[in-house]
Design a protein around this ligand. Structure first.
Ligand SMILES: *Cc1c(COP(=O)(O)O)cnc(C)c1O
Length: 500
C-alpha cells in the first residue's frame, strides 16, 4: 500500500505520519493537516457492496492511516462501532419522499459527530503509544453543540486523556446543553463562554498556537490535542459512510455499478461535506456535492461569488450546529484550489484573519466545480419538517431539514433527478422544541420533556437512551467564563489533580 504522509496547508515543507497528525490535531503553523494525496479505493464497489459498515470503514481508513497496522486499525474500528450504536447497520439509509436519508445519528449522543468521535479516542491513544508519548493528552474542543457532547462521551474515562469543552453559553439547544453539563467522568470539564461559536473556536485555535503555554504544559506532563473536525482523525472516518451509502444503494439494487449519485450535506464547519468530497476523490461515483447552509450563508455566497466574507451579523437559528461564519475545513479545499500552494493559502487565511474576508482568484475556482451551495431560512426549515411529516410520517431534525429544503430547491431549479443521499445529521429528539413547533404551533408552550413524549407519540420512534439519560441527571458543570479567561480555566483544571 502506498504510504500517505500529511502536510500542513500553511507549510509544505512539513511532513508527518498519520499518527502524528492525529496527535497534534492542528499543525503548529496554524494550518490543517492534509494527506499528500487522496488515495483511491482498492476494492470495487461491487466488492464493497457485500461488506458491513465496519469492513468498509477499514477499507477507507487503511488507505489514509498507513502507519497503523491492520490489527491496530481493526481494533479501533471494533471498539468504536459497537453496541454504543442502537442499530447494527450503524448508518441506516431510508427512502422518504424523493431522497434517501443517511441516518448518522444512531450513536451515543444522537448526532453525526458520534460517527467520528467514537473512534477518535482509540486512534489517539494508539497514536500516542506508537509515538512513545508519555504526556497526558488534553483534548481542547470548541463546540456549536454536538461536537462537545460526542467528544465528552468518547473521551469519558479514557486513560491518559483529559478533555475540556467550551460552548457558547446562549448558542446551543436546551437538550444539547443539558447533555453536556451533566457529563460524568473525572477527566472531563465543560465551560460556557460569553460569546458565539466562532469566539470559542478562535480562542481554542489561539491556545493551540501559544508556544509558551505549550512549553509550560509539557513541563507539567501535558500536551494539547484537538477533537474538532480540523483533526484528520475525525475527517477520515467520516469518508466511510459516503462509501457505505453508495455500496448500500448498489446492494439493494437501487442503482447500477458506476451510476452517479448526488449528496446533500447540512454544513457548518465544512467537515462533513469535505468527507463526501474525499469519498468522491477516492472513486465513489458522486456527481454533485450540494452544500446546504442556514441563514448564516457565508458558504452560499462564497460558491456564487468566490468571495469569502465573514463580516456580517451572526444569526442564531434552529440549526445551531450550523451557526458558523468561519468554516475551518474549507481551508483544506482552498489549499487544493491553490494547486497545493501553502504560501498562497497562507496569504488568503491571513486576509481572513485580518480583514474577515478573502477573494479566491477566478482561475482557482475550478476546484469547486463539483460543489454547489444553497441556503434555507427559518421558515423554509420549519416548512420542510412539516411537509415531510405530513407526506410520509417521517420526522427530521432542523439541520437535516435545511438540507432537505435545499434539495427541494436544487431539484426544482436544475431538474436533476440523480438518486440523492441527504446526510441526516441529528435525531429530531435532540431538537424537540424546534421540531414540534414546526409541526404544529400548539406545541410551543409545552415543557421540554413533555414535548419529547409527544414526539414519541406522533412518530412512533423509540426515545433514544441519550435522552432518557438526561431526564433526571444531575448538573455537574456550572462554569461560565469570558473568552479571555479560557487559558486560566484550562490551567486550573489541570492543576487540581496530581500528575500520574
Ligand atoms: C456539526 C453538525 C453539522 C455541521 O457539520 P460540519 O461538519 O461542521 O459541516 C450539521 N448538523 C449537525 C446536527 C451537526 O452536529
Amino acid at each position: 500500500m502506498k504510504e500517505i504522509t500529511y502536510m500542513s496547508t500553511r507549510d509544505d515543507s512539513l511532513r508527518v505520519k498519520a499518527s502524528q497528525a492525529i496527535l497534534e490535531g492542528l499543525s503548529k503553523d496554524g494550518g490543517l493537516f492534509v494527506p499528500s494525496e487522496i488515495p483511491t479505493l482498492d476494492r470495487s464497489m461491487d466488492e464493497l457492496s457485500g461488506m458491513t459498515y465496519q469492513q468498509i470503514a477499514y477499507e477507507v481508513m487503511k488507505l489514509f492511516f498507513t502507519d497503523f497496522s491492520e490489527e491496530e486499525l481493526k481494533l479501533c474500528i471494533e471498539r468504536a462501532y459497537d453496541s454504543k450504536f442502537d442499530t447494527k447497520e450503524i448508518a441506516p439509509l431510508v427512502k422518504k419522499g424523493d431522497a434517501w436519508f443517511l441516518e448518522l445519528f444512531h450513536g451515543a449522543t444522537i448526532a453525526f459527530k458520534d460517527m467520528a468521535l467514537s473512534i477518535l479516542p482509540h486512534l489517539m491513544i494508539t497514536s500516542a503509544r506508537k509515538n512513545g508519548i508519555t504526556n497526558e493528552i488534553v483534548i481542547l474542543t470548541a463546540t456549536s453543540g454536538d461536537t462537545g457532547k460526542a467528544a465528552l462521551a468518547g473521551f469519558d474515562s479514557v486513560e491518559g486523556t483529559r478533555i475540556v469543552v467550551f460552548y457558547p453559553k446562549d448558542g446551543v439547544s436546551p437538550i444539547q446543553k443539558k447533555q453536556m453539563v451533566t457529563q460524568r467522568g473525572a477527566n472531563t470539564k465543560v465551560v460556557g463562554i460569553h460569546g458565539n461559536f466562532d469566539d470559542a473556536q478562535t480562542g481554542v485555535k489561539e491556545i493551540f498556537n501559544d508556544r509558551a503555554l505549550e512549553a509550560e504544559l509539557d513541563q507539567a506532563g501535558f500536551q494539547f490535542s484537538s477533537a474538532n473536525s480540523i483533526n484528520i482523525g475525525r475527517l477520515v472516518p467520516q469518508v466511510a459512510y459516503y462509501v457505505y451509502s453508495y455500496a448500500t444503494l448498489l446492494a439493494r439494487g437501487e442503482i447500477r455499478s458506476g451510476d452517479p449519485i448526488n449528496v446533500v450535506v447540512p454544513t457548518g464547519n465544512f467537515g462533513n461535506i469535505l468527507a463526501a468530497f474525499y469519498a468522491k476523490q477516492m472513486g465513489t461515483p458522486i456527481r454533485k456535492l450540494i452544500c446546504a447552509s442556514n441563514e448564516n450563508k457565508v458558504l452560499f455566497d462564497f460558491f456564487r461569488t468566490g468571495v469569502y466574507d465573514r463580516n456580517r451579523e451572526f444569526i442564531l437559528t434552529s440549526s445551531p450546529s450550523m451557526d458558523i461564519l468561519i468554516s475551518s475545513n474549507l481551508e483544506r479545499l482552498i489549499y487544493l484550489a491553490t494547486g497545493q500552494n501553502a504560501a498562497e493559502n497562507r496569504k488568503l487565511m491571513e486576509d481572513l484573519r485580518t480583514t474577515g474576508r478573502y477573494v479566491l482568484p477566478e482561475e482557482m475556482r475550478g476546484a469547486f466545480a463539483d460543489f454547489c451551495g444553497y441556503y434555507t431560512d427559518e421558515e423554509g426549515t420549519a416548512e420542510m419538517i412539516r411537509d415531510l411529516y405530513r407526506e410520509t410520517g417521517y420526522i427530521i431534525d432542523p439541520h437535516t431539514a435545511v438540507a432537505a429544503h435545499v434539495y427541494r430547491q436544487y431539484r426544482e431549479e436544475t431538474g436533476d433527478v440523480t438518486p440523492t443521499v441527504i446526510a441526516s445529521t441529528a435525531s429530531p429528539y435532540k431538537f424537540t422544541r424546534s421540531v414540534m413547533s414546526a409541526i404544529d404551533p400548539k406545541y410551543a408552550s409545552e415543557e421540554d420533556f413533555a414535548l419529547i413524549d409527544q414526539l414519541h407519540e406522533i412518530s412512533g420512534v423509540p426515545i433514544p437512551q441519550a435522552i432518557e439519560d438526561i431526564r433526571s441527571a444531575e448538573i455537574r458543570h456550572k462554569d461560565v467564563c469570558e473568552k479571555e479567561e479560557m487559558v486560566d480555566v484550562i490551567k486550573a483544571f489541570l492543576q487540581n489533580k496530581q500528575r500520574r
